[in-house]
Design a protein around this ligand. Structure first.
Ligand code: PEP
Ligand code: MN
Length: 278
């Protein structure tokens, strides 16, 4: 197994001993809600802020995102909180505006094999977060990453986000073995998105902990100040206090697998009580 390559996004390193945590709403809905989400995730120790501006929705009749205006809002809020930002680029026509403002360009599951988009992103001078397609094998995922790498973009991070299986209870099936398997085939950092993988708020924390135990280099979770009013994916969004609790629980798991973590003093102080409660 090759050592994991380090990918820098702003001042955050993916693939080092320290875990990277991306958090924020599914979609950017308004300045006020984004501001509340950013304040919450920053104070709990997240390292990057996520938020979709161009949303790949199953139905064209649902909220499609704020588009370029959303990208501007995310950039503004990220700057104010000193959080690098992550957002999905759905189409090559969006790259120019987004590459100027977004620190980590996300390729969504539905676009993993959009080869023309990958070729264009290979030329963008920005790191790319490549999510696994929900019907893609690990090898297809890694070959998709090759489009970026061979095209000249060496800053690629993989994200496992669940695959389609026969199980209908959860949104997808989180394939944690894929994290361990991809590790044996690739030197790219790998993170896990337990929010889209399960679609169920209560499952996000246990699966985030399992992902770290399985060797993930970080996690990406959806957090919304008012999940019941979210325009997109409210059922899987953590509340700010749910996210705070996840960050506290992450600490002992990360330490157990030899990762260092830069958690807030509040999270570190909570560890003895967490262990006591067991
Ligand atoms: C997302 O992260 O916003 C998203 C749409 O995820 P996925 O592409 O994995 O469905
Ligand atoms: Mn979502």
């Amino acid at each position: 197994m090759k050592a994991t390559r380090k990918v820098r996004v702003g001042d955050v390193t993916f693939g080092g001993s320290q875990l990277a945590v991306i958090a924020g709403p599914c979609a950017i809905e308004s300045r006020e809600l984004l501001e509340r989400a950013a304040t919450a995730v920053k104070s709990s120790g997240a390292h990057l802020l996520r938020g979709g501006a161009h949303k790949p929705r199953t139905s064209p009749r649902t909220f499609q995102g704020l588009g370029e205006e959303g990208v501007e809002l995310l950039a503004e809020v990220g700057r104010r909180h000193a959080l690098p930002i992550v957002s999905e680029v759905m189409d090559a026509s969006q790259i120019a505006q987004m590459a100027e403002r977004v620190d980590l360009l996300q390729v969504g599951a539905r676009n993993m094999q959009n080869f023309s988009l990958l070729k264009e992103l290979a030329r963008a001078r920005r790191p790319v977060l490549l999510k696994r397609g929900f019907a893609a094998t690990v090898d297809e995922w890694l070959r998709a990453a090759d489009y970026l790498l061979d095209g000249g973009n060496e800053s690629v991070i993989l994200c496992e986000r669940g695959i389609r299986t026969f199980g209908a209870e959860m949104r997808f099936t989180l394939d944690l073995a894929a994290v361990a398997y991809a590790r044996t085939r690739s030197d790219l950092p790998i993170i896990v998105d337990p929010s889209h993988a399960t679609g169920i708020r209560e499952l996000v924390t246990p699966m985030a902990l399992a992902a770290v135990a399985a060797g993930a280099d970080g996690i990406m979770v959806e957090v919304h100040p008012l999940p019941e009013q979210a325009l997109c994916d409210g059922a899987q969004a953590l509340t700010p206090s749910g996210f705070e609790s996840l960050m506290q629980k992450l600490q002992p798991v990360a330490l157990a697998v030899g990762r260092t973590v830069s958690f807030t003093p509040r999270a570190v102080a909570a560890v003895p009580a967490l262990l006591e409660a067991r």
